[in-house]
Design a protein around this ligand. Structure first.
Ligand code: 0X9
Ligand code: ZN
Length: 315
């Protein structure tokens, strides 16, 4: 059983997912979509009712957490959402009747373990990088891993990313050079006909971000994403009064490229694609105390339900 009073290590999280699968087998499937570079399983939980019916056309929502290892509130919120949908499935019946939920709480399992055991502020994955060109000074310590939010195949490595393996925003050798981003993107592409919402949970700064990240240009769906995003942050605010800013990712701050939501929108065609930067606004930053897991989880789950309902009723 998980508590919401601490950030759990990977084993607790995987045990909890297995417990849900065996206890709620009518609505839960556990799917291993691939392995990390250190060989850990990448586990997606699928939550959906009416499993026996033909669901080839049932719309789906994808949520990933933990792309960045140190952003511990992200997997915690993903798990809170899973808990609500599964253990309180009667309260959220319409949500799992109308939608297939695909949730990957630990998109970067190796990095997550590393933040629990060695370096609390590690960001990247933990893959081995080759010392290719010798252009960079090779610091033995920090030259492992790839920034899994720079490795996606959309304007890869153009801006706001580094080609230095020792940097925090190293984009990798090539788009999808990493097993983690390959596993996620392949799975998402397999379900591309049904996924209507792509969400990726990060921290921190309390922002609800819309593509694009790499350019100030607006896509044709800009107004629709703004409209649905506004509904989401309004209902979020009603929960505990927390303010989130709804902004296009690029106008907000530094441009970046090769990130997941830009890829989901541009290459897969998932219209409603957002990056959510969770609590807080910098008081604790990545070191958010566990007392904030429940309030953050509640307000984000409310916002996501509002978003899902609004998008579904607009189809
Ligand atoms: O830099 C990232 O990958 C994300 N921020 S984080 O602190 N979680 O690492 C997203 C950045 C948002 N997009 C832009 N700044 N354009
Ligand atoms: Zn992040």
């Amino acid at each position: 059983k998980l508590t919401w009073t601490k950030f759990h290590p990977l084993e607790d999280i995987y045990n909890y997912l297995e417990h849900l699968q065996s206890t709620y087998s009518d609505i839960v499937d556990l799917i291993t979509i691939g392995k990390s570079s250190e060989g850990r399983e990448m586990r997606v939980i699928r939550i959906s009712s009416g499993k026996s019916k033909d669901m080839s056309l049932k719309p789906a929502i994808w949520i990933d957490g933990g792309i960045h290892a140190r952003e511990w509130i992200s997997p915690a919120v993903a798990l809170f959402i899973i808990r609500q949908l599964v253990e309180h499935n009667k309260s959220y019946k319409n949500m799992i009747d109308d939608l297939d939920w695909y949730i990957l709480p630990l998109a970067n399992p190796d990095g997550y373990v590393y933040t629990h055991t060695v370096d609390r502020l590690w960001r990247k994955s933990r893959s081995e990088n080759e010392e290719t060109s010798g252009r960079y000074f090779w610091d033995q310590q920090d030259c492992k891993g790839v920034d899994l939010n720079r490795n996606w195949d959309h304007r890869w490595n153009e801006v706001g990313a580094s080609d230095n393996p020792c940097h925090e925003t190293y984009a990798g050798r090539a788009p999808f050079s990493e097993p983690e981003t390959r596993a996620m993107s392949n799975f998402i592409k397999e379900h591309r006909d049904r996924i209507i919402i792509y969400l990726t949970l990060h921290s921190y700064s309390q922002m609800w971000l819309m593509p694009w990240s790499s350019t100030k240009e607006r896509h044709n769906d800009y107004d629709d994403l703004l409209y649905m995003g506004r509904k989401a942050i309004e209902s979020l605010k009603k929960t505990h009064g927390t303010n989130y800013n709804l902004v296009s990712k690029q106008t907000n701050s530094y441009p970046i490229s090769g990130c997941s939501d830009d890829w989901a929108k541009s290459k897969v065609g998932i219209k409603y694609s957002y990056t959510i930067e969770l609590r807080d606004k910098g008081t604790y930053g990545y070191l958010l105390p566990p007392t904030q897991i429940l309030p953050t989880g509640k307000e984000i789950f409310t916002a996501i339900r509002t978003l899902a309902r609004s998008v579904l009723s607009n189809m």
